[in-house]
Design a protein around this ligand. Structure first.
Ligand code: MG
Length: 189
């Protein structure tokens, strides 16, 4: 199957993980405030292209640093506000941003691979069809989230052969979001 065979149009939704896709991962740490947020190269410029292809873009991000008391929800929301501002400055947009503060051990249904954030998004945007959705993420949990919802899974990583990613179900793989965007552009624009 090629990306073109999906026939993506404005009925489709792109769900995006945040850390490792949009901004640089902080190893053994969290993005606790805007100063610690660093866009990955080429990412802000990718959004206007993605906006032309998909009907809507939704971010779903686990932020258990909040549950651990390391991060404040207010600062996470500020990060999202400023991230969106920067993306809009480049002519792009994101329609919904959802984060889950729960701890991994709590097995909260909102925490990926739990599907709570997708259902929340569909309550807010009833046009969302999971069968016409793509999940783009860098972890096994992201791909399991997409699989449970019947989405097309795109693994975004330069290291697909990493042990914890070997067995995960994905349909396409790209080294980063700009590479995925470039391929979409070739197929659809
Ligand atoms: Mg991630």
């Amino acid at each position: 199957m090629s990306l073109k065979d999906l026939n993506i149009d404005s009925r489709w939704t792109l769900f995006l993980d945040r850390d490792g896709i949009i901004n640089r991962l902080r190893v053994n740490d969290y993005v606790k405030n805007w100063d610690e947020f660093e866009f990955l190269p080429g990412v802000p410029e990718s959004f206007p292209v993605l906006n032309r292809i998909f009907g809507r873009l939704i971010i779903v991000t686990n932020q258990q640093g909040i549950g651990k008391g390391i991060m404040e929800p207010g600062l996470v929301e500020e990060v999202h506000r400023r991230m969106l501002e920067a993306i809009r400055q480049k002519g792009g947009d994101i329609q919904g941003i959802y984060y889950c503060p729960a701890l991994e051990k709590d097995r909260d249904p909102c925490r990926k691979p739990g599907t709570g954030m997708a259902h929340q998004a569909r309550r807010d945007f009833p046009q969302i069809e999971f069968s016409r959705s793509v999940m783009a993420g860098d972890s096994a949990g992201d791909m399991e989230f997409g699989r449970r919802l019947g989405m097309v899974n795109v693994l975004i990583t330069a290291e697909p052969h990493k042990k914890n990613l070997k067995e995960v179900p994905y349909d396409f793989q790209f080294c980063d979001l700009p590479a995925f965007t470039a391929e979409l552009k070739k197929c659809y624009l």
